[in-house]
Design a protein around this ligand. Sequence first.
Ligand SMILES: [Zn+2]
Length: 259
Amino acid sequence: MIVWRQHVRIDSSHGLLAAGTHGVSGADRLVRATPSEAYERHVVRVLNQIASSRVGALVVNRLTAIGRPLRIVPRVNLHQRIAQTPAAVSFDRGANRFAAGVTGREGEHGETNTGLVGTGRGARASIIAFSPGARLTSAQASVYAEDSALVHEMVHSLRALSGHEDGRGIGTHFHNIEEFSAILVENIYRSSTGRHRIRESHRMHDARSFDDRTHAGQESVNDLFRRIYAKPLARFREQEPQLASALATVTAPFNPLRV
Ligand SMILES: [Zn+2]
């Protein structure tokens, strides 16, 4: 186990066995795993990469300010080995559901709009199931990046830990407020690092640039986004005032929070 920045533990002695894969029934559950130093060091490298960027550092600082434990574990298979699951599975539903499950409620995020809203008390701890290094199809590889995926999950975690989870549907590509919030920050991160295109929806294969719809410069990508997503943006500012105001100072091509 490696402790990173005081509150983050990278722990491969357990892993998330996701329901619905390899004939696993019931709910996602944490099981014993064969520890892997290589896995833990890999996650530390991704965390350091995140923290070295402006947006990533803001997310890390927010988690530090909340001060509750965050654990990062691998996804595992039935043989307790780290699962090389495709990214589409590895960073989203199961991981979020599990992190949310620590609060005592299952299935907060993902593609299900539960309508559940955090009480503001927050979870005592959050767990992210993250298996970097998965083999990807070329479609996945064009969108997926380990650091962006982990930033996304860290946003879910900081919201779970501060009691701001919000599973209310918003009737758009983002499924619900929770996913909108995570993808918003992920996209600002992606844009600020300039290494990956932004995601236009919660589904990976839909990812393409908003530029496709803003040709001829009629409307900037940020104006377009602010117009379409005015309500969920306002909700994000209400729920995450510290993070939103910090992000408002970030210069990036995509940053609808910038004022
Ligand atoms: Zn998510």
